[in-house]
Design a protein around this ligand. Structure first.
Ligand code: SIN
Ligand code: FE2
Length: 222
């Protein structure tokens, strides 16, 4: 009679179990970047965070800090405040413009997408060994059809991909340094998150942890 009973019958009934299917437009390119290319990218990230330091964003409403620290390349950066999420032209702490998108990331975008415009935002996420990122859909961009391209550097992460609804089945994948993930097509609107970091699984970052670079078209005028 109630929803509780129905839900538990479904989840224990093998005939009702829905299997995970990779959404179309999801692409994992293992070790797209060689070790040398990863070191070059790391150098560019280090230079960027000298002028645009990593900061700890807060969740809207609660003001609770995220465990991931962030910065950004490109004209627009994704920022949070108590009022909500948005894209902004300036670093929220220094108030300076973000450092430009490096040419090698623009080249990656052109290599793995057919999207005509370059991304305006490339989020720099830093995960220490305890950081994680809850399941979410990236939905603050006007250009909702443009793919998202991400690069992993440093320690491995357990990345979880689901479907368009929060309680759709999910699949966990380990992402390693140099891997590229594309969320295009249907995958662009799928839940995803990072459940954990595996310490000491890469020698790229001398102090450990993981960097993820996430390129997005914001589409200011769309
Ligand atoms: C994100 O969803 O913004 C980042 C995903 C990742 O760190 O791999
Ligand atoms: Fe995301």
């Amino acid at each position: 009679m109630t929803g509780i009973g129905t839900g538990s019958i479904h989840s224990h009934n093998p005939f009702m179990r829905s299997e995970f299917q990779f959404p179309s437009g999801f692409l994992l390119l293992p070790e797209y970047f060689s070790r040398q290319a990863q070191e070059n990218l790391l150098h560019l990230v280090r230079k960027a965070v000298q002028s645009a330091p990593l900061y700890r964003p807060v969740m809207p409403r609660t003001g609770k800090p995220l465990s991931v620290r962030m910065s950004n390349f490109g004209p627009l950066g994704w920022i949070t405040s108590k009022e909500g999420y948005r894209y902004g032209l300036h670093h929220p702490v220094t108030n300076k413009p973000w450092p430009p998108l490096p040419a090698c990331l623009a080249a990656l975008w052109q290599d793995v997408t057919n999207w005509p415009d370059l991304p305006e935002a490339c989020l720099i996420n830093y995960y220490d060994e305890k950081a994680r990122l809850g399941l979410h859909v990236d939905a603050d961009e006007n250009a909702a059809k443009a793919p998202i391209v991400s690069v992993s550097l440093g320690d491995q992460a357990l990345f979880r991909l689901g479907g368009p609804r929060r309680n759709d089945p999910t699949r966990s994948l380990r992402l390693s340094s140099g891997d590229v993930v594309v969320l295009g097509g249907a995958a662009r609107h799928c839940y995803h998150g990072v459940d954990r970091i595996y310490p000491n699984t890469s020698t790229l970052l001398p102090k450990g942890g993981r960097i993820n670079l996430t390129m997005r078209v914001v589409g200011r005028n769309t």
